[in-house]
Design a protein around this ligand. Structure first.
Ligand code: ZN
Length: 97
């Protein structure tokens, strides 16, 4: 009884240690430049213009856990955001009436 409890604790401990090591490994890969992030040129889905998905943005996306690349340029993204914001505000106004 006592023995098995100890084993399960050790197992958990080892697992958390392994996790820490893995994270450290990943971090060191990033810090040492093992993964080279370069600026990417993508084509906007809305206006068809080319836009740059910078290395910094790629890193930001990765950090946030996004796996998809942006499909719209900054202008279109801002335009869409404003549109959504305005339409929501209009809806809110309607509901207030
Ligand atoms: Zn665009």
């Amino acid at each position: 009884m006592k023995k098995s409890a100890n084993i399960s604790i050790d197992f958990k401990f080892i697992r958390s240690l392994l996790k820490m090591v893995e994270i450290r490994k990943l971090k060191s890969i990033f810090e040492e430049g093992g993964i080279h992030m370069t600026d990417k040129t993508l084509v906007c889905k809305d206006c068809g213009k080319e836009f740059v998905f910078t290395a910094g943005e790629q890193e930001f996306y990765k950090e946030k856990g996004f796996t998809n690349e942006p499909t719209r340029c900054k202008d279109c993204r801002i335009a869409r955001k404003n549109e959504r914001f305005n339409s929501r505000r209009n809806n809110d106004n309607d509901s207030w009436k």
